[in-house]
Design a protein around this ligand. Structure first.
Ligand code: ADE
Length: 241
């Protein structure tokens, strides 16, 4: 079974309606939709926002339903050069930008794992990128260019909404050799849980804002008007590949 996870309802709108043989289960304060989508057995749910909420949801998906693959779909703030609103970032690696147990452990390292970066599963990564490429021309029919970027996604319990904050975050990450293309608030937490359980994982993030001084207005507008169009097109294409 494949888990399809998003933080917010707007990032998953339309997917439940496309499912067949749907069963709805309440667990841990969340609604889990089990059924079939494009010939695959799936479970859909919303993590809500932040690393703890996302880690809890990923754990429930694995421990209660034994999901064999996990795909996160949602939005992110673009931080890499040329990563524009309406582009898509598929995470090849995930970093927790607010992890700092120094001087006990190196900045960004998840204590007692020896790792700062958690990689995406190579097959899911390739499938996600292929799906984005296949729907790109449809998405380009809208207002955005829908360019695909594949690279590092940084997660933290902070909505980044100032240019000064982005610059500080990027400078600190660069000092440790990391160059995130996008920031969000869940992906790296799910990647860590999936690594512990050895469940293949990938996150696909559409850029809703540039994490700058306009982020607080760009984000809600994009989430309201566009996020679900991308999620629906990319996830359904990925399931069909
Ligand atoms: N998700 C979408 N935009 C974001 C931002 N600017 N900061 C954190 N998470 C986000």
């Amino acid at each position: 079974m494949i888990a399809i996870l998003s933080a917010l309802a707007e990032e998953q709108t339309g997917l439940v309606e496309c499912m067949t043989r749907v069963e709805c289960v309440e667990h841990a304060g969340r609604t889990f939709w089990l059924g079939h989508l494009d010939g695959q057995e799936v479970v859909l749910t919303l993590s809500r926002i932040g690393k703890v909420a996302a880690a809890l949801t990923a754990t429930a998906l694995i421990a209660k339903w034994g999901v064999q693959r996990m795909v996160f779909t949602g939005v992110a703030g673009g931080t890499g050069p040329g990563v524009a609103v309406g582009d898509v970032v598929v995470g090849s690696h995930y970093l927790q930008h607010d992890m700092d147990a120094s001087p006990l452990f190196p900045r960004y390292e998840i204590p007692l794992t020896g790792q700062s970066l958690f990689p995406a599963n190579p097959l899911l990564l390739e499938a996600a990128c292929a799906a984005v490429r296949e729907v790109q021309s449809d998405l380009r029919g809208g207002r955005y260019r829908a360019d695909l970027h594949c690279g590092l996604i940084a997660s933290g319990d902070r909505f980044v909404s100032a240019s000064s904050e982005v610059h500080a975050l990027l400078a600190a990450a660069a000092a440790s050799g990391f160059h995130p293309l996008a920031v969000e608030m869940e992906g790296a937490a799910v990647a860590q849980v999936c690594a512990d359980y050895q469940v293949p994982f990938v996150a696909i993030r559409t850029i809703s804002d540039r994490a700058d001084d306009a982020a607080h207005t760009d984000f809600p507008q994009f989430v309201r008007e566009t996020a679900s169009v991308y999620a629906l097109a990319i996830v359904r294409k990925m399931l069909r590949l």
